[in-house]
Design a binder for this molecule. Structure first.
Ligand code: ZN
Length: 141
């Protein structure tokens, strides 16, 4: 299943540093594909993607699609942002428990009207900036 791609004006404030390994993730994300690594030895998946399994230390990773929906575990609104993100403040950051058990931190795309409820349904989306993609959690309810 592909993620919704939302065109977002401007460049990313702090673009990810690409490596030969991580480039696979970012190129897939630009197409709306939400993938991470699953260890062929112990079958556990991790996010962010890793070339070495943090559970069993094997280097036998496969790229696999993973859950793109989940529930909001926690969140905050950043008013005093680091310099690179200051023009975007205030903005919301969340910790999301995805349906397959992974817990990730991400920017939240939330209703501008106010508070977001813990436990809210989240759908991961792609923010397609002029210079490349980022991912974010869209608050559904
Ligand atoms: Zn493993």
């Amino acid at each position: 299943m592909s993620l919704e791609i939302v065109r977002t004006a401007g460049s990313r404030s702090y673009p990810p540093r690409l490596s030969t390994f991580s480039q696979t993730f970012w190129e897939a994300l630009a197409q709306g594909d939400w993938i991470t690594t699953r260890c062929r030895a112990c079958d556990k998946q991790t996010f962010p993607p890793k070339s070495v399994c943090p559970h069993c230390w094997k280097c036998e990773q496969a790229w696999v699609p993973f859950a793109s929906t989940g529930r909001l575990y926690s969140w905050t609104r950043v008013h005093a942002a680091p310099t690179a993100f200051a023009p975007e403040a205030p903005y919301a950051l969340g910790i999301v428990d995805l349906e397959d058990g992974l817990r990730i931190a991400c920017r939240l795309v939330a209703p501008s009207s106010g508070e977001v409820a813990i436990g809210a349904a989240i759908q991961m989306i792609v923010l397609q900036h002029d210079d490349g993609p980022l991912f974010a959690g869209k608050v559904l309810a």
